[in-house]
Design a protein around this ligand. Structure first.
Ligand code: NDP
Length: 244
């Protein structure tokens, strides 16, 4: 049995990509896992099946992080279903690249609602429900460490806000043994950023490793942070050296 035996985890945006890999990895370490999704009902059910195949309980919750009630509600629904919460992984996020001039107010609101407000509200709800010794792990981005060219203003703004949130949460919740950390993925092969997409070669070349990373490589860092007690308020790059 794994190091997360008996723990309950919620992974937002867990139907695909980094979130799906994280949900399965946490289950492999022993956790029961809930995932949220918006459109990918079938994909989320598939993640549930993979977690259950590992002998853990699993739950797929439709919850749009852009909706304040649903963002917090997913946390409450998980805690209610499993009698508590130990690990929140704030993974759901949307990309938004484009010239500064072209970004509409609606886009700004949408990206900040999903990438920032939803994360804030889920973390707030989790802090209220979480058992002592809990973990809040947020997925940031390598774009908070290095912006390689034009077009990243909105996305970098949204992800950089999560660094401040993480450090402040660590201070707020440290006395309860709850840690808060942020993971910055580099180019990771997912639907959001396909390893064979039009901009893939340049991203791979910008890393020291010379390649895209896999969702499992990010999930591995999340699993470490779910276990570690004396690691909090910190940033961890899983980016193949992209920011070096
Ligand atoms: P994908 O687009 O491949 O998957 C996104 C997941 O989030 C899906 O499960 C999707 O659910 C869910 N999701 C999207 N919007 C919402 C929403 N409003 N509410 C709830 N869930 C939502 O993304 P990745 O796996 O690539 O990215 C995961 C995280 O990692 C994001 O925060 C992203 O910004 C970050 N990241 C990714 C990098 C990369 O290169 N891939 C690099 C750096 C950071 P569904 O479709 O089922 O509705």
């Amino acid at each position: 049995d794994g190091t997360l035996n008996g723990k309950v985890a919620l992974v937002t945006g867990g139907s695909r990509g980094i979130g799906a890999a994280t949900a399965v990895r946490l289950a492999r370490e022993g956790a029961d896992v809930a995932v949220t999704y918006v459109d990918g009902k079938e994909a989320a059910s598939d993640v549930v099946r993979r977690v259950e195949a590992l002998g853990r309980r699993a739950l797929a919750l439709r919850a749009d992080s852009a909706d304040p009630r649903e963002a917090a509600g997913a946390v409450l629904r998980t805690a209610e279903a499993y009698g508590g919460l130990d690990v929140l992984v704030n993974n759901a996020g949307v990309g938004a690249l484009g010239p500064l001039d072209d970004l509409s107010l609606a886009q700004v609101d949408r990206v900040l609602a999903v990438n920032v407000r939803g994360v804030f509200l889920a973390s707030q709800a989790a802090a209220a429900r979480m058992r002592d010794g809990g973990r809040i792990i947020t997925i940031g981005s390598c774009m908070t460490q290095r912006v390689p060219g034009p077009g990243g203003t909105l996305y970098a703004t949204s992800k950089s806000a999560l660094i401040g949130l993480t450090k402040a949460l660590a201070r707020e919740l440290g006395s309860r043994g709850i840690t808060a950390n942020i993971v910055h993925p580099g180019p990771i092969d997912t639907d959001m950023n396909p390893g064979d997409g039009p901009h893939a070669a340049g991203q791979a070349a910008a890393t020291a490793a010379g390649r895209f990373g896999t969702p499992e490589e990010v999930a591995s860092m999340v699993a470490y942070l779910a276990e570690a007690e004396y690691v909090t308020g910190a940033e961890f790059s899983v980016d193949g050296g992209y920011a070096a």
